[in-house]
Design a binder for this molecule. Structure first.
Ligand code: GUN
Length: 295
């Protein structure tokens, strides 16, 4: 039997735990606020930003989406970010990635005020995480760790294999899983496009985190019995359904079922956790910026 690790269920408990913290801030006149900056018309980015901001609205938090033309210049985008840096209605700033090709993402991320960087992408926050003293932890990796601890998967002494080395998921989750902390403390391997024989590593793994963006990539030929599988992929596969596509992960769920001991489904696994962690980081950013200590 493969246990399903429901991100929906874990995110519900995160929101419950946030209610008193949000109330504590509101009682002091502070409503946590998020600025979401969306550049261009990428359909997936539009969907992600909409689901993030909807959640803020449903929790009576403040949010605004700043929609910018795909042709915006690097300098104009820098000015937009400086405006939200200076606007104290916003405790968190999210610049949805990827940005159009002519924009230098690394330079843009450095313009975000690090105390409002609720994505945890600014080099200052990456540094804090790397030395084991995190301020803001990137939302998807933080959500993965929360799912694992919720379902009592202790990584200590285990071999975690991550497929993908992006700054959004693979790299930060490799740092988190190997920190000397409870529920962490794993031996961590990162596989990527330069890895010669991915199966050599995944077949040894106790936990595999797949963040590649390749539909149904990981099947039973990559795993050993009892492995825990975390699927970060959300891929649109076109079909003749009414919507025109189905969402599938990077893991071939049918193939691994009854071999893996646990699995995050797509949808309903890591996705809802990314949003919950964004809300949590923004609530914590509001507390930090107003000098209020929450619990
Ligand atoms: N693009 C894909 N995932 C993310 C994320 O977590 N944050 C931002 N800003 N962009 C993304």
């Amino acid at each position: 039997m493969t246990q399903l690790f429901s991100g929906k269920e874990v995110s519900t408990s995160v929101y419950e735990s946030l209610v008193p913290r949000i109330q504590a801030l509101k009682s002091k006149g502070i409503t946590p606020g998020l600025a979401a900056i969306l550049v261009g018309e990428d359909p997936a980015s539009k969907v992600y930003v909409r689901s993030k901001t909807r959640k803020f609205t449903s929790l009576d938090l403040f949010t605004e989406t700043i929609r910018l033309d795909a042709e915006i210049s690097q300098n104009e985008l820098v000015l937009e970010i400086r405006n939200v840096n200076a606007d104290d209605r916003f405790h968190g700033i999210l610049v949805q990635l990827p940005l159009p090709k002519h924009i230098d993402e690394d330079k843009i991320i450095k313009v975000i005020d690090p105390v409002k960087d609720v994505d945890g992408f600014h080099p200052e926050n990456v540094g804090y995480l790397t030395v084991g003293n995190p301020r803001f932890i990137p939302c998807t990796p933080k959500g993965i760790m929360r799912i694992l601890s919720h379902y009592d998967v202790d990584l200590s002494g285990k071999h975690v294999v991550i497929i993908g080395r992006s700054n959004i998921v693979g790299r930060p989750v490799s740092i988190l899983t190997s920190l000397k902390k409870s529920f962490s403390n794993a031996t961590t391997t990162i596989c990527h496009s330069g890895t010669k024989d991915i199966r050599f590593f995944t077949k040894q793994a106790d936990i595999i985190i797949v963040a590649m963006g390749v539909p149904n990539f990981l099947d039973k030929s990559y795993i050993k019995p009892g492995v825990v599988l975390i699927d970060v992929g959300i891929n649109r596969v076109e079909d003749d359904s009414e919507r025109g596509y189905t969402l599938v992960g990077d893991i071939d769920r049918k193939s691994v079922t009854d071999i893996a001991s646990g699995l995050t489904p797509v949808p309903g696994g890591v996705g809802p956790m990314t949003i919950a962690m964004l809300v949590e980081n923004t609530v914590e950013a509001a507390a930090l910026q107003s000098g209020i200590s929450l619990d």
